[in-house]
Design a protein around this ligand. Sequence first.
Ligand SMILES: [Zn+2]
Length: 379
Amino acid sequence: MTSQQSYQPWHLKYRPQNLSELVGQPLIVRTLTNELKTGNLPNVFLFDGPRGTGKTSTARIFAKSLNCLSSSQPTLTPCGTCLSCRSICSGSNLDVRELDAASNNGVDDIRELINYSKLSTTNRYRIIYLDECQMLSRSAQNAALKLFEDRLPNTIFILATTESEKLLDTIISRCQHFQFRRLSTQDITERLSQITLNEKISANPEALRLIAQHSQGGMRDSVQLLEQLAMSTNGKIEPHHVRDVIGSIPADSLVDLCVSIFQDTPQRLHNLMALSNQLNDEGVEPVHLVKELLAIHRDLLVFQLSQDTNSLKQGKVPFASLIDLSSIESLSQLVSIPEIHHRLLTLEAAALSIQQSSNPLIGLEICLLQLAYPCLGKE
Ligand SMILES: [Zn+2]
């Protein structure tokens, strides 16, 4: 096999292969592990949670664990290479079906499923994965409920949803309900770090944190960005490489801008206008700059309240600033909690109004003046 043929994108290469490799869902992993060990399996699961949190991966691993041919019974370590494991991965296993309820949402579709679930199986278990199950019509949900209550032998249904509040209560109460959580920045950073070790590339920890933060809790996006950066930097990833790819505002300029806002000096007004013009000349969108200042103030507030940079690393909030943690620490010396709070309100209002403004640059300048001179507008 040539290297061209054996190449696998990293997000596929580093997909979890068994339950112990699933990241960020410890409670779900523990429960499924115990159920596989004891054989006490519910016949309907509900996988509930945002996109990109591992619902489909978990369902495939579970199906492989139940049906792997390398073991005479369900196993925690499916081999990944037997006929059953491979056909589950490729979606061609006759007893493991993945259906999108968005396009199969009527009673007739459920009737078809009832007929299918009565066929004999060649694998130990039949697994039916119904994605976006909240899209089923009300009557289809009622028909499905009957099917679940029949408890067909060796048949397991996995319902997946991003909006469980749209499901009938009777369906939810019939299921073992798993709540999938967004992955934390730390979960993702740790996984990226393992991959860099395995691929023998060097990556600054701050660079990995920026990648993780940018992907908003999605592992797949993070791993794809890591691979892209590994290629473009010849395997030596620094924070500025990440910033170049994900955001066009240089961190130094952001820190300078914040210092000008926070420090009362004779050159303050001049510096603010000069920096604002310079960023504009470099093609930075005013609304992008305001959102970045908002993220910095959010980080400053979290840091001031906790006095601990670890609290920033563990955050699950989708936005957080592009500047490094040591800059947050030094900037926080210049500003108090009430001042941060006041400026957050100013920035939130500006982010909205600049988006709708016909002249965003003037909106940005007014916002910067309000930030630097909070006494404006007071009697
Ligand atoms: Zn196998």
